[in-house]
Write a protein that binds this ligand. Sequence first.
Ligand code: IPD
Ligand code: CA
Length: 261
Amino acid sequence: MDLALRAAHQAGVFLRDGRPDDLGVAATKSSAVDVVTEMDIASEKMITGFLAEHRPDDGFLGEEGASVQGSSGVQWVIDPIDGTVNYLYGRPAWAVSIAARVGGADGETVVGVVHAPMQGETFRAALGEGAYVNDRPLKVRPAPPFEQALLGTGFGYLTERRVRQAEVVRQLIPQVRDIRRGGSAAIDLCDVAAGRLDAYYERGLNPWDLAAGDLIAREAGAVVGGRAPGDAPSGDLVVAAPPALFEPLRAKLDALGAWHD
Ligand code: IPD
Ligand code: CA
């Protein structure tokens, strides 16, 4: 936890204070709107460099390409900027997300840190030890009736997937209080933990978007799952909600086909 916090703060200062006014797109990934900036790449290098210095035998998985097997049984899962499009436009909702997993790729997340410098907030959780923002304990909001739920969601970068995701939103929005699209999955999960959203769902997340926020939401009392009852959250579908809202929302999303492209 100490190393994750130090790495996230170091990267946060670099990203906040070092953001060039004329920041541009360095490359595109899955589609023309899936962008990476020079700052994403530099942030990932800074984080992996720092962690590897202290934990040379650990593995790494990072959004911008870090991929090291390691031999210690600990793997760090890193999103150097979650909310890259917000960062590019100078919008505040972006975060550095760092998780530590034990037991390999399908192992268990034991530490999660989501550091959102422009919000002045660091969300953190260790397995079994609760979730905190700065030093305040986090707790999900009591589940409202379905029709009063404020949901968060996000959209992928591929056109066909977005068409499907928009169709799900079209069908859901008359049935709930409202829907928010914040632009950072890691912050969305922390918002569920903090009671700033009733629930969140998204198709197509990668492990680095999800790993830290998943633990933070669960440690704050949310259920975080996937498409079918009992499924772990995955790229197919992530659903995070307080216990009484989880199953109605999961079942609704399954019925709407929120998991297919
Ligand atoms: C994205 C954000 C966004 C979500 C996308 C993610 P990135 O991550 O978390 O909110 O809707 O699915 O890919 O590209 O900003 O690191
Ligand atoms: Ca991300």
